[in-house]
Design a protein around this ligand. Sequence first.
Ligand code: ZN
Ligand code: ZN
Length: 171
Amino acid sequence: MLSDPLFWLVTFVVAAAMEPWSMWVHGRMWHGALWWGHRSHHEPHTGRFELNDVFAAMHAPLAMLLIIYGFEAGDTRLHHMLIAVGYGMTMFGVSYFIVHDGFIHGRLPVQFLARFRYFRRVRNAHNAHHIREHVPPYGLFLGPQELRWHRARRQRTPRIGDPGKHRASAR
Ligand SMILES: [Zn+2]
Ligand SMILES: [Zn+2]
């Protein structure tokens, strides 16, 4: 299984695809119908945990299920692919936790990441989202690109009110 190039291809493609997926879930669901829970991440708090952690861990049971089922149910290539999907999701989830929760929000001792320009840019882009909630970037690893794209689009289109305030009042 581990020597199969397709296994790793699927793992990495799934991990990469999780970025646009998380961008969509964050923008449409967390800042939409699930704002009541995600709000805890945007408000200052003193405790170690926040309600939003439940949302952040939402995909873990599915990934675990895929991996456990893949290993238990058989030894075909299809079973291996299920494991690959679970691995890809896990890889993204762990990376997200380290960079977002650990590095940006200081919940893990990983501040050495600030030595890298890329992670500093990711942090700046994510901080922009915290300053103006309900406004992109909603993605994390491509946050700087998303922010640039969003700003370019705002400059092109004439402003009719503030889209941030508009979204907020719509909920
Ligand atoms: Zn948010
Ligand atoms: Zn955050």
